[in-house]
Design a protein around this ligand. Structure first.
Ligand SMILES: *Cc1c(COP(=O)(O)O)cnc(C)c1O
Length: 364
């Protein structure tokens, strides 16, 4: 028998969350962002849930090929564009749309022999200083692209650094609007946080690019949680309790004896550790569900196991199911964001870090 640990991908939740993104931007088309193997879920596993999107956005050419192999004939966007000249051949062959964020990518396009017109998304660095042309360079890049026979259509793109935080998006919107005012072409601006917090019509975003919200994590947690945004978990990580210990006051749990019982208590040992993708840094007290009842982790997370307090669940024992994040059988939800906060990170990192060795099942 394999280790009793399982990740479950919830198809209905993906459909629901995609619908939430659409509600916030009813006039926009939606790129479902499926980079990083669909945020750790698996592109093939989320496809059924996300095929209602208008397109798929990702970074990796092999992942783009996988989307085409699933039979998707609609738009596919390479968010970082191509990395080398020969990538353009795959773009022509698979009809991938691609972003253009630097002069070198325009050089590659100019040297590309093709009779397929390319649809490109010209990316502006409107203040994040990651990828893109500065506002000063942007219009000449547009003019250069527009003169290339390889280019069929140019769309306009930028990315927000603070859509989830107090600084917001106004300063970047001002730069983007001022620079693109009289340029034709569709616009794509909003990630999840911008979509949920600012909608899309006032931004004139023809395409939104939600990722994390589609995967049931609140982009601006802990200011707002998934309940506030009406998002459902799309990934459950659950494992069985494979051992039970009864402690006396003064007994310790796990490596380093970092947890010391101050009274008699029962401890469940769960078949999930950091080699499964559960963060080792999570301290005693990180929330976990056992048989759908909320309790807490105890002591250090090991490679293959972690310990939980069975105090709130006296009936639990070997074979009981611990939900590390996601939805329990009784419907109780432990948002991945709560675990991420304890680990000093975000839901994105936890879902992306789900380990290869964890079996995954797709549920309705
Ligand atoms: C990852 C990414 C997104 C999606 O961001 P979320 O915060 O997950 O919604 C959108 N646009 C670009 C360019 C990205 O790289």
């Amino acid at each position: 028998m394999p280790r009793p640990i399982l990740a479950t991908i919830h198809t209905q939740a993906l459909i629901h969350n995609l619908g939430v993104a659409r509600q916030h931007a009813p006039d926009a088309r939606v790129w479902a962002v499926v980079k990083a193997n669909a945020y750790g879920h698996g592109i093939e596993r989320v496809f059924e849930g996300l095929r209602g999107a208008d397109g798929f956005a990702l970074l990796d050419l092999a992942e783009a090929q996988r989307v085409r192999d699933l039979g998707w004939r609609g738009p596919v966007l390479l968010l970082e564009g191509v990395f080398e000249q020969r990538d353009l051949e795959l773009c022509s062959r698979l009809e991938l749309w691609h972003s253009v964020h630097c002069e070198q990518q325009i050089d590659m396009l100019a040297a590309h022999k093709t009779n397929v017109g390319h649809r490109v998304f010209l990316k502006m660095n409107s203040g994040m200083n990651r990828l893109g042309f500065t506002p000063q360079q942007y219009r000449s890049a547009w003019t250069r692209l527009n003169a290339l026979p390889q280019v069929e259509e140019i769309s306009l793109m930028t990315h927000f650094s603070d859509a989830d935080g107090t600084r917001g998006i106004a300063h970047q919107m001002q730069v983007f609007d001022a620079t693109t005012r009289d340029l034709p072409g569709e616009r794509t601006l909003s990630n999840s946080a911008a979509t949920l917090r600012f909608g899309a019509s006032e931004l004139h975003s023809d395409w939104i690019r939600p990722g994390i919200a589609v995967y049931g994590s609140a982009p601006d947690y802990p200011q707002y949680d998934v309940g506030h945004w009406n998002l459902q978990p799309t990934m459950t990580l659950a494992a069985q309790i494979i051992g039970v210990q009864s402690l006396q006051a003064g007994d310790c749990v796990g490596y380093g004896s970092s947890f010391v019982a101050d009274a008699p208590m029962r401890v469940g040992v769960v078949a999930c550790g950091y080699a499964d993708g559960y963060p080792r840094i999570c301290p005693t007290g990180t929330p976990v569900l056992v048989d759908g009842v909320r309790t807490r982790t105890l002591g250090r997370v090991s490679m293959d196991m972690l310990a939980v307090d069975l105090g709130p669940v006296p009936a639990a024992g070997i074979g009981s199911l611990a939900t590390l994040w996601g939805r329990a059988a009784n419907g109780a939800v432990l948002p991945i964001d709560e675990v991420a906060l304890q680990a000093g990170t975000v839901g994105y990192e936890l879902m992306c870090a789900l380990a290869q060795r964890v079996p995954v099942e797709v549920a309705a």
